[in-house]
Design a protein around this ligand. Structure first.
Ligand code: AMP
Ligand code: ZN
Length: 674
């Protein structure tokens, strides 16, 4: 093997090892920084040497492949459902049933039932070749590109794995990551996701795999399927899978009686609340695979396994009062204040009531005794009212019609569940919330200024919108509570420094409803300056990739407001970046806007990555598979025959790298370099 190839393979192996330690074993032996350096090195080598491309290289984890329509593929082995049980008696009945069919002692493997999206992974010669959703059990959707971005899914196995097998498991979204995603959503004024399970299965169907790569999903495995696997029991197969590099939770336990099964259930019924992800029961499996085979399947489920569902924990408590919160975007959220009660390992004092419809539907009133449940949602939810305990003088709830903070009449738009306070500039939580968003880390990242100080500045009348920040003086802030000379200096300095924050982040910082980080980037890239964006019509906006009518309307409304125009003019005068800098603009055009381009083969004058970047910098989209939507293919040497055939069948043009560079008028740059 030549030395470059060897070096590439060594790096791949090393990075794979680190991924395994970090994502499967939860114990890293390298810093993030060093990991990134090595990954970069590998990326560069692979870009220079496309002949050593490997679809399962650790560099492929970042995603990029876009799937428009997920292909439906039959499962080689059907994915069954599970029968449920809810009590000791149900489990004893099950044991009686199976003992009629099999002879001898029966041992059981007890496992937790992870609550996520089921997945079937196919491995051939140690490489992940396919990932299918359960679908209807007979056939599922091909979500391979998305699953590859999940770091705990090994792309290459280790040890003595069988040449071909399927392994089943569950894709879950741990609570931490779920909460973090929701914080980000709330920050841009979007409704938070309801529970981790739906968010996990929704993630598998995202079209852009690089979006999936950003979600902190995990894959927990529990079942090997195939022939000649070299294992005799379920428990052993879990251990093997662990050795091959899969994430198999340690909770699994081998027991020899239903009484011991019940002990396992009792233990985990409490302990599960400490797990980082959601579980909704226990799965009990006959351990011996020979016995499993004798037992076989009913029309729907294996006879050799049964699920035991935990009772969703529920308590009743008194609803003392309903209060209303006003968010940064003016959205009103009703909150139930409860007499504190223990539930699923935590003390619950408050529960979200979502919106007016929810309160009306359940007829929830102050003074009621309500049932509270903590399921997948982080914030407990109210299931209903114990009508037998309703006080005689109970009054039905009248949803507020005026803002609790500024007394403005609330509005509710057609088709929206939420009420809003329209007092954009005079409602304190909105004014403060917007400035807090403006200074936040992902926006203007103003050092030396925190959320509480913003509230102080507003309440003291020193600022009333974010553009006022740039006129603050040290003398004004020193008298504030907990301000010293030094911290005042830092604050003023931090504000000054924010004038160098690039346009795309300023655009995000403005707090336009529905304009999150990604949308802000898109808009900044496309329109290039705030003046051009401010003049854009709805039609022009929805012409931009991935910008829909809701965002377009919100952007137009933002710039129609005189107050906003005034503020933006002030920001401009203070020197905040309201257009892309000359540096950012170099080499960027919209020439390829709306085009979907496939790159294939090996190139002479330019690397694959340089080509990709050129396409993106000029407004085009790089797609990894040929479809009727492909505009054309930039083809180099050694383009794969199947790709060529597909291109011919769909009558898609092939152009050479030189023709492509000519289109961009870039030929000299690159050819000279050669
Ligand atoms: P149900 O969806 O209620 O029919 O339950 C069956 C599903 O439970 C399976 O399709 C799996 O996706 C899921 N499941 C979660 N954990 C396990 C486990 N440890 N063993 C088997 N199935 C599991
Ligand atoms: Zn208000």
């Amino acid at each position: 093997m030549n030395s470059v190839k060897q070096h590439i393979e060594n790096l791949r192996k090393e990075l794979r090892d680190h991924n395994f330690k970090y994502y499967v074993l939860d114990s890293a032996t390298i810093s993030d920084y060093d990991f990134d350096l090595k990954l970069k090195e590998l990326q560069n080598l692979e870009a220079k040497h496309p002949e050593y491309f490997d679809a399962n290289s650790p560099t492929q984890r970042v995603g990029g492949e876009v799937t428009k329509n997920f292909e439906t593929i039959p499962h080689e082995n059907r994915m069954y459902s599970l029968d449920n049980s809810y009590s000791k008696e149900d489990l004893q009945d099950w044991e009686v049933r199976i003992k009629k069919i099999v002879e001898g002692d029966i041992n059981y493997t007890c496992e937790l039932k992870y609550d996520g999206a089921s997945i079937s992974l196919t491995y051939e010669n140690g490489k992940l070749v396919k990932a299918l959703t359960r679908g209807d059990g007979f056939q599922g959707d091909n979500v391979t590109a998305n699953v590859k971005t999940i770091k705990s899914v090994p792309l290459q196995l280790k040890g003595d794995f069988p040449p071909k097998f399927d392994i089943r498991g569950e894709i879950v979204l741990p609570f931490d990551g779920f909460n973090k995603m929701n914080e980000d959503r709330i920050e841009i004024g979007e409704e938070p996701y309801r529970n981790p399970r739906n968010t996990a299965s929704g993630s598998l169907k995202l079209q852009d795999s690089s979006e999936v790569a950003k979600r902190p999903l995990e894959c927990l495995l529990y079942n090997l399927t195939g022939t000649n696997l070299g294992v005799k029991t379920q428990f052993e197969s879990l251990e093997k899978a662990r050795q091959w590099g899969f994430k198999v939770p340690e909770a699994a336990k081998l027991v020899s009686s239903i009484d011991q099964v019940l002990e396992f259930i009792d233990y985990w019924n409490e302990e599960r609340h400490k797990l980082p992800y959601e579980t909704d029961g226990v799965v009990i499996k006959v351990n011996n695979l020979q016995q499993q085979e004798e037992l076989g399947y009913t029309a729907k489920a294996p006879r050799w396994a049964i699920a035991y569902k935990f009772k969703a924990e529920q308590v009743s408590t008194k609803l003392e009062s309903i209060t209303y919160q006003v968010g940064r975007t003016g959205a009103i959220t009703p909150v139930a204040n409860l007499v504190p009660v223990e539930l699923a390992g935590t003390t619950v004092k408050r529960a979200s009531l979502h919106n007016a419809d929810q309160i009306a539907k359940l007829d929830i009133r102050e003074g009621d005794v309500v049932y509270v449940e903590k399921g997948g949602e982080i914030i407990p939810k109210i299931l209903g009212v114990d009508m037998t305990k309703r006080p005689a003088n109970s009054q039905s709830t009248n949803y507020i019609t005026y803002c609790p903070e500024c007394k403005t009449e609330l509005i509710r738009q057609e088709g929206e569940a939420q009420h809003y306070c329209p007092n954009y500039n005079g409602c304190n939580p909105q004014v403060i919330g917007r400035i807090q968003h403006f200074i936040s880390r992902k926006a203007m990242d103003i050092e030396g200024l925190g959320g509480e100080t913003v509230a102080l500045l507003v309440n003291e009348g020193l600022i009333s919108n974010y553009s006022d920040l740039y006129e603050l003086t040290k003398e004004q802030v020193i008298p504030l509570e907990r301000m010293a000379e030094k911290s005042a200096d830092n604050l003023i300095e931090g504000i000054k420094k924010s004038k160098t924050i690039p346009f795309e982040r300023v655009l995000y910082a403005l707090g336009i409803r529905y304009v999150g980080e990604t949308v802000a980037k898109k808009l900044a890239k496309y329109f290039k300056s705030i003046d051009v964006l401010a003049k854009a019509t709805i039609d022009e906006l929805i012409n931009v990739d991935e910008i829909g009518i809701r965002i377009a309307e919100s952007v137009v409304a933002f710039f129609l407001s005189e107050d906003n125009s005034f503020m933006i003019n002030r920001l401009k005068q203070f020197g905040v970046q309201l257009e892309m800098s000359a540096e950012e603009l170099i080499g960027k055009t919209n020439i390829l806007e709306g085009q979907s381009i496939v790159i294939s083969g090996v190139f002479e004058s330019i690397s694959r990555n340089e080509l990709k970047k050129l396409i993106e910098d000029n407004g085009g989209k790089v797609s990894s598979s040929i479809s009727s939507k492909t505009s054309y293919i930039v083809a180099g040497e050694n383009m794969g025959p199947s790709k060529k055939e597909k291109a011919i069948n769909l009558s898609i043009d092939l152009i050479s790298e030189y023709e492509f560079l000519q289109k961009l008028d870039k030929k000299h740059n690159f050819i000279d370099k050669k």
